[in-house]
Design a protein around this ligand. Sequence first.
Ligand SMILES: [Fe+2]
Ligand SMILES: [Fe+2]
Length: 178
Amino acid sequence: MRNVTLEQIFVHPITQKYLKRSGIAHAIAVAEFAYIFAKRYDVNPDYAAKAALLHDIGHYTWYRNGEWDYELYKENDIHAIKGASRAHKLLIRIGEDRQTAKEIAVAILLHTDSYLPEGKLNLKPLQEVVALADEADEEAGGNHHYKSIDDQSALVRIRALDARIDQEFHAYEGQSSL
Ligand SMILES: [Fe+2]
Ligand SMILES: [Fe+2]
């Protein structure tokens, strides 16, 4: 049994508040990609989908004179750091296992290397899966953050993903290497 479902995370007011900034449609698409890639990498799909759903929860709104300022964002953004911490706090609050919450938070921390010094990171499979899933939904000019989805369709897709993960979760229970 999973401690926490994607639906519980998704409907939480904290998730709704912050994911609206970075785009709920993007978060769901990345969670679906992560589920697919998790199988390819033999990673627990529950961890991958949760990290992917929350990967952009750390975004701040970079507005100057009422418009998004991409330069300001690039210079000052720490959304992966902020997101890792915010996701970890949320997961613990709703009852996630501590070890799982840590693995998910670190995968969020490393989903982008845009704020890190030059050089290749040696990512663990779970971290790689989340980064690849994010890239898979990326559109030119950051357009993936502006795709829209209605609340009902969003919930239907989250529940469908939960159902698929529930069927397979037992196969990954107790898996220590991520
Ligand atoms: Fe991101
Ligand atoms: Fe993203």
